[in-house]
Write a protein that binds this ligand. Structure first.
Ligand SMILES: [Zn+2]
Length: 62
């Protein structure tokens, strides 16, 4: 899985998926096309809300 600041589709089989506010590229035909937008360090991780009750039903489907 590549981690880039900017991802894009590399072929027609590539799919753009948005998960947890982050952009992913998944590819059926070529696994090397798999990418993730963001930084490689943990500092770029999306913070998990401690109390899910604060954000009711705002979790995007995966
Ligand atoms: Zn592809």
């Amino acid at each position: 899985m590549r981690v880039r600041s900017a991802v894009k589709r590399l072929c027609d089989a590539c799919r753009v998926v948005k998960r947890r506010g982050r952009l992913f590229i998944v590819c059926k035909t070529n696994p090397k096309h798999k990418q993730r937008q963001g930084y490689h360090t943990l500092a770029g991780e999306v913070p998990v809300p401690l109390e899910p009750s604060v954000l009711p039903a705002q979790i995007p489907f995966r």
